[in-house]
Design a protein around this ligand. Structure first.
Ligand code: HEM
Length: 394
C-alpha cells in the first residue's frame, strides 16, 4: 500500500521514533498533519481535532484493518471488530471492569498483591520498580480480573511479551511467530479450563461474564478476547506507573504536595497518561472515501491515529511537553475514544493511582532515583521506562 494522491510523504526513522517520537510529531502537526510515512506504512494523523473527528466516525474509520498482525496473532477479537459485532463482545466482557465492580470485586486483591510485592523488596533498600513491582503487579491484577486463577503473574507476563512481539513482527521473524503460537495455545487451554469451572460457579471475572453473557459467546471468542487483553493489559498500567513515579521523583516539590493531599493522585494519573501515553498510536482503515485534515483519502486507506501526538497538541494543551498536574482540564486521548474506549480504564486508574503509587511512596521511606543509571524511556507504539532503579532507607 502507498500514499493516497495529494498526501505529503514524510520519511521517519523508526529508531528515532523509538528513542523519542515527540519532536517528529510536533513537526508533523505543524507541517503535515496528515502524512504518508513509509516506515509506518500508514497515513499518519497527528492533530488532536483530527483524531477526535476519526473516533466520532467508527463506521468510516474501521477497526477491521486488513492484514492486521494482531488478527494473525490472536484471531478475531473485539479490538479489531466493528459494531454491531464489537458491541456484542464488549457487552459480554466489560461488566467486571466498571468502576463499582473494580471497587467491590478487585480492589482488595489488588491491594494485597501490592503489599506482598512490597514485602519482598522492602528490606532490600533498592530495586528496579518496573521489574520488581509494576510488571508483576499489573500481571497478577490482570489474571484476577480475567479469572485466570490457573495462571501465575510470570505466566501472564511471558504470554503478554510473546504476543506483543508478534503484533510488531513486521520483519516476519519465524521464531517470534513460534513463541506467540506457543503462548496462544497455552492461554487457550487455561481459558478453557476456567470457562468450565465458572460455568458451574460464576466468579465475577471477565471469563465468567462472557460465559454467562445474555447474548451467547463461543469459547473461541472468549479465548481470543482474553488473548488480546493479556497482549495489551500488562504494559500500560506498568508504564504509566513508571513514568509517573519517575516524574514525581524528579520533582520533589510536586511529590510533597501530592503526599500531603492524596486527592491529587488522580490528577497525577491523568497527566502522566497524557504526557507519555502508554499506547502511542493505533490503526484504522477507511470504509469509504473521506476527507481528513483537508485531504481526501480513498476507501481502503490505512490510517494511524497517533494519540501520543494528539496529547501534545499545543492548540489544546498549553506547554504540552511539560509534566504539569495543575494544567487546565482538557480530555486527553490516552484511553482512545469512541466504541473502543479502553475497557480497562477504571482497572488501571484504581491499581495505579489509588494503590500502587500511594503504597510505594508511603512504605518505601526516603525513596529516590539511583544516579548514573540509564533508566531509558523507549517506544512509540507502546512507550514506557525499560527500568526504574530506586533506593530507600531499608
Ligand atoms: C493506563 C493503562 C491503559 C491505557 C493507557 C490503555 C489504552 C487503551 C487504548 C488507547 C485503547 C484503544 C485502542 C484502539 O481503539 O484501537 C484500549 C482498548 C482496550 N483496553 Fe486498554 N489501556 C490501559 C489499560 C488496560 C487494562 C488494564 C485492560 C484490561 C483490564 C485494558 C483492556 C482494554 C481492552 C479490552 C480494549 C479494547 C476495547 C474495545 O475494543 O472495545 N486496558 N486501551
Amino acid at each position: 500500500m502507498t500514499a493516497a494522491p495529494g498526501v505529503p510523504v514524510v520519511d521517519l526513522d523508526l529508531g528515532e521514533l523509538r528513542d523519542d517520537p515527540y519532536p517528529a510529531y510536533a513537526k508533523l502537526r505543524h507541517t503535515a498533519p496528515l502524512a504518508w510515512v513509509p516506515s509506518v506504512g500508514r497515513h499518519v494523523v497527528t492533530r488532536y481535532e483530527d483524531i477526535v473527528h476519526a473516533e466520532k466516525l467508527p463506521e468510516v474509520f474501521s477497526s477491521r484493518e486488513e492484514g492486521s498482525l494482531l488478527l494473525r496473532t490472536v484471531g478475531p477479537n473485539l479490538l479489531r471488530e466493528d459494531d454491531p459485532g464489537h458491541r456484542r463482545l464488549r457487552a459480554a466482557a466489560e461488566p467486571p471492569t466498571r468502576p463499582r465492580q473494580v471497587l467491590e470485586l478487585w480492589a482488595r486483591t489488588f491491594e494485597r498483591t501490592a503489599h506482598e510485592l512490597l514485602d519482598r523488596i522492602a528490606g532490600r533498600g533498592e530495586a528496579d520498580l518496573i521489574a520488581d513491582f509494576a510488571e508483576p503487579l499489573a500481571a497478577a491484577n490482570l489474571a484476577a480480573v480475567l479469572g485466570l486463577r490457573n495462571a501465575s503473574a510470570d505466566d501472564i507476563s511471558d504470554w503478554s511479551r510473546a504476543m506483543m512481539a508478534a503484533n510488531g513482527n513486521y520483519a516476519d521473524d519465524p521464531d517470534i511467530w513460534l513463541r506467540a503460537e506457543h503462548a496462544t495455545r497455552t492461554i487457550e487451554a487455561a481459558v478453557a479450563e476456567m470457562a468450565e469451572a465458572v460455568r458451574r460457579e460464576p466468579d465475577g471475572s471477565v471469563i465468567s461474564s462472557m460465559v454467562h453473557a445474555a447474548d451467547p459467546v463461543r469459547l473461541t471468542e472468549i479465548q481470543n478476547n482474553v488473548k488480546v487483553i493479556i497482549g495489551g493489559g500488562v504494559n500500560e498500567p506498568r508504564d504509566v506507573f513508571g513514568t509517573g513515579a519517575q516524574a514525581l521523583l524528579r520533582r520533589p516539590d510536586v511529590l510533597d504536595r501530592v503526599l500531603a493531599d492524596p486527592g491529587l493522585w488522580k490528577r497525577v494519573f491523568e497527566e502522566t497518561a497524557r504526557w507519555v501515553s502508554p499506547i502511542g498510536m493505533y490503526p484504522r482503515q477507511l470504509t469509504r472515501n473521506h476527507e481528513i485534515a483537508g485531504i481526501a483519502l480513498p476507501a481502503g486507506s490505512r490510517v494511524a491515529l497517533v494519540i501520543a501526538s494528539g496529547n501534545r497538541d499545543e492548540s489544546v494543551f498549553e506547554r504540552p511537553d511539560e509534566f504539569d498536574i495543575d494544567r487546565r482540564h482538557r480530555p486527553h486521548l490516552a484511553f482512545g475514544g469512541g466504541p473502543h474506549f479502553c475497557m480497562g480504564a477504571w482497572v488501571a486508574r484504581h491499581e495505579v493511582s489509588a494503590l500502587a503509587w500511594p503504597l510505594v511512596f508511603g512504605r518505601l521511606k526516603g525513596l529516590r532515583l539511583v544516579d548514573d543509571v540509564d533508566d531509558r524511556m523507549e517506544g512509540w507504539v507502546f512507550r514506557g521506562l525499560t527500568s526504574l532503579h530506586v533506593t530507600w532507607q531499608a
